[in-house]
Design a protein around this ligand. Structure first.
Ligand SMILES: [Zn+2]
Length: 127
């Protein structure tokens, strides 16, 4: 390894805007390794555009975390688990057959729609 290559290796890699934004999720969840988080932060320090994007993203995540969580009704949870177990037992072929036969009950869509509406509202009301 010559001197140039060594310098290249020791230099902190500069993240592109795109790479930085792709890491927002992991940064918000505090799942980035320390050195990677440092790279993202240093890009944010030098880039107003990404900094602004991060502010929007992290404030949205924060608000979503404050939204009250709802548990699935116990009857639904146990039905889902029963099906999961059955599918494991009968394998993939059976799984495809079951998808063709079963239709999702409409009730399942309600909490999903509410979650989507709350999410959309939060995103749109972000400053
Ligand atoms: Zn940037």
């Amino acid at each position: 390894m010559n001197g140039f290559q060594r310098r290249l290796r020791d230099m902190p890699a500069q993240l592109s805007h795109r790479e930085t934004r792709a890491l927002f999720i992991a940064l918000a969840d505090e799942e980035l390794p320390a050195d990677k988080a440092k790279e993202v932060r240093s890009h944010l320090d030098g880039c107003g555009e990404c900094q602004q994007g991060w502010q929007h993203y992290s404030s949205t995540v924060l608000r979503l975390r404050q939204v009250e969580k709802h548990k699935a009704p116990p009857a639904l949870a146990s039905r889902v688990m029963t099906r999961v177990k059955r599918q494991r037992r009968f394998g993939l072929k059976r799984l495809h057959l079951m998808h063709a036969q079963y239709r999702l009950p409409v009730e399942i869509l309600i909490p999903l729609l509410i979650a989507a509406a709350v999410g959309a509202f939060l995103v749109m009301s972000a400053p």
